[in-house]
Design a protein around this ligand. Structure first.
Ligand SMILES: [Zn+2]
Length: 453
């Protein structure tokens, strides 16, 4: 029997954790649940992990909109998140802090960031998180922004990169939950788009040009076909049931798009690349419907929070004895690394190159030697991480930056220093990959600027 899990989903965080957690308590009450019944809360970006005033100078918002928010109280230890909180990044972030945790890590006790891209396990659930937003001009660029950011880097740093997405597309096993800040492109056609466009007429202009939503998120959704997908960014609640079918001719028939909107459907939507290619899709990805939920930002009369029960489509009986299925004495699952994801990161060595290189492992099925390289990497992970009991994510949060002090305005107008994060260091050491984020790596004369790819 696959257990049902109780989760909560929130749209954009916007630095308002106090509002979110108190609303969460009420949402649980309305279901007859207690806060403690929840397995975790997901926040779909614009989290704003601002530790102090200097972090605000790394956030891509006009200075008059920069607010310290309440995350710093959770960072300092004054408050603690009452429920395990999983976070992806958006386009309004303290990028100085998120970039320290490129591979993911604890932003504060009980608040876990999934990284630039990341895969996690929590009991029977396998979760993929995608941070940032899609911007076509930066997509193929290497990831080389370092502090202090100039006026271009402060934006480009949160743009999704092909070098990260290509790693996710190497996954060969199913996923249950996808999270992205911007909506996967074209999900709007699978929900009540008539009401959506009536409430937000300007959305239709981008839809018409096929610029609405994230193409890489769409690609991942169609490749891995998770049971659920959650997003923020558009500041409106929207639900859709994305149908995955190999026969693209069947899709238009099922969409029930009214005549007046038919002309706006992008033709490319019905081509095979959009639907995923049955030749390259992992054979054990069998789910056919993704339940999409987009939510608003916190505020009065806004639909920003939803609590619901979810189940797994990736779980099989042979998983029952796996480490990520172990419960604590209180009967709770805990966060674990994902073996397949670790093996992909290891085989790409963390992507620590300045130039984008196509992934070694092709999505095609004829790459026998690449497949054996992937399986050698998985063997290494199982022998050196799983067998040694290292798959459970350690609770190794440490404060590196000064805690916010409203009375101390020293250097408040500057960007912060780089703080080499001990969690990233521990992760790279465990996986024996290069750590692209360490002070001085980029400053050595004669060496390439070592960055995460
Ligand atoms: Zn937002």
């Amino acid at each position: 029997m696959v257990p049902l899990l109780k989760i909560a989903v929130e749209g954009c965080g916007h630095g308002s954790l106090d509002i979110i957690y108190s609303a969460l308590e009420k949402s649980c009450e309305s279901k007859g649940w207690k806060l403690l019944d929840l397995d975790f809360l997901i926040i779909c970006g614009d989290f704003q992990a601002v530790r102090n005033e200097r972090d605000l100078n790394c956030m891509s918002v006009p200075s008059w909109h920069r607010k310290i928010g309440d995350f710093h109280s959770y960072y300092s230890g004054e408050k603690k998140a009452p429920v395990l909180t999983l976070v992806v990044g958006g386009n309004h972030e303290a990028s100085s802090y998120l970039s320290e945790l490129h591979h993911g890590g604890w932003l504060a006790p009980n608040i876990y960031y999934l990284g630039t891209v990341g895969i996690l396990r929590y009991g029977p659930l396998r979760i993929v998180g995608l941070s940032g937003i899609y911007h076509s001009t930066d997509y193929t660029k290497p990831r080389q922004e370092r502090l202090p950011y100039d006026k271009n880097e402060i934006r480009s740093i949160y743009h999704v990169r092909e070098c990260d997405i290509s790693k996710v597309l190497q996954l060969r096993s199913p996923i249950d939950i996808g999270i992205s800040h911007d909506w996967p492109r074209r999900v709007e056609w699978f929900g009540d788009h008539k009401i959506l466009f009536a409430r937000r007429p300007h959305f239709l202009e981008s839809v018409r040009d096929d610029r609405f939503g994230s193409a890489p998120a769409e690609q991942i959704m169609n490749h891995l076909r998770p049971k659920y997908w959650f997003s923020g960014h558009m500041h409106i609640k929207f639900t859709a049931k994305v149908q995955h079918k190999d026969n693209v001719d069947d899709i238009l028939k099922d969409l029930e798009v009214p005549n007046e909107l038919q002309a706006h459907i992008p033709k490319s939507m019905f081509s095979a690349p959009f639907r995923g290619d049955s030749q390259t899709r992992p054979p054990n990805v069998t789910n056919t419907v993704t339940n999409f939920l987009g939510l608003d930002k916190p505020g009065p009369h806004r639909d920003f929070l939803e609590v619901q029960e979810v189940t797994s489509c990736s779980y099989s009986e042979e998983d029952s004895a796996k480490p990520w299925m172990e419960r604590t004495p209180e009967g709770r699952f805990t966060l674990h690394y994902d073996e397949e994801w670790l093996s992909i990161l290891r085989s790409s060595d963390g992507g620590a190159t300045t130039a984008y290189e196509p992934p070694e492992i092709s999505l095609g099925d004829s790459e026998v030697s690449d497949t054996s390289a992937a399986s050698r990497s998985l063997d290494w992970v199982q022998a050196n991480i799983t067998a040694k009991g290292l798959l459970r994510i350690p609770e190794n949060f440490e404060k590196h930056a000064p805690v916010y002090d409203p009375n101390d305005q020293t250097n408040a107008k500057d960007q912060p220093d780089e703080f080499p994060n001990t969690q990233t260091e521990a992760f790279c050491t465990m996986l024996q990959i290069r750590n692209g984020f360490s002070v001085g790596e980029g400053d050595d004369e004669g060496s390439d600027n070592l960055v995460f790819g």
